[in-house]
Design a protein. Structure first.
Length: 177
């Protein structure tokens, strides 16, 4: 497995991350998928509140199987128009993952100009994220996106994020050019 620096985080992550959206047929299937990914050298697991039981199952699996040294977990929460809702979602993710700190939090689907406005509002969702960082509940903050290039560039230009998770579909890339 190859490893590279992840954005501006200084984390050395595998070039392949294991996303947990599509391995939810059963808890056993989920665990087997995680174990196989780890066996292959993947050290970055990605989950999200929007992935059904994924956060809960990941938390259960890591608490029963043990968390491997160097494993980095990213979870994703959608952008919110208000900080209070985001603070609630952060607490829910911490509880589901059974951790005291989320290694990396991505604003999930920063896809529109409206979403970008929400993260730029002084008392919006990023206020809650920054407060959680100060409290040690969140390590690094980034965003994931399917947006058009101008929205992505504007989000990067805010200098609010340590990483960007651009969704690239290798298997259908020839049809997406």
């Amino acid at each position: 497995m190859q490893y590279r620096r992840f954005g501006r985080t200084e984390l050395n992550l595998s070039v392949f991350s294991l996303g947990t959206m599509r391995c939810l047929a059963s808890y056993e299937h989920f665990g087997a998928t995680l174990q196989r990914g780890l066996d292959l050298g993947i050290n970055h697991i990605e989950t999200a509140q929007g992935y059904g039981s994924s956060e809960r199952w990941l938390g259960e699996w890591l608490s029963t199987q043990g968390r491997p040294d160097g494993l980095v977990v990213t979870t994703k929460i959608p952008p919110q128009p208000d900080g209070q809702r985001m603070a609630q979602y952060i607490e829910e993710s911490l509880a589901q993952l059974q951790v005291k700190q989320i290694d990396c939090l991505a604003i999930h689907g920063l896809n529109t100009w409206e979403h970008l406005a929400w993260v730029q509002q002084p008392e919006g969702c990023m206020a809650a994220v920054r407060q959680a960082q100060r409290e040690g509940k969140i390590g690094h903050v980034g965003f994931s996106t399917h947006a058009d290039r101008p929205v992505i560039e504007a989000a990067i230009a805010t200098n609010s994020f340590a990483f960007v998770n651009l969704h690239y579909y290798y298997f259908s890339s020839a049809t997406r050019q």
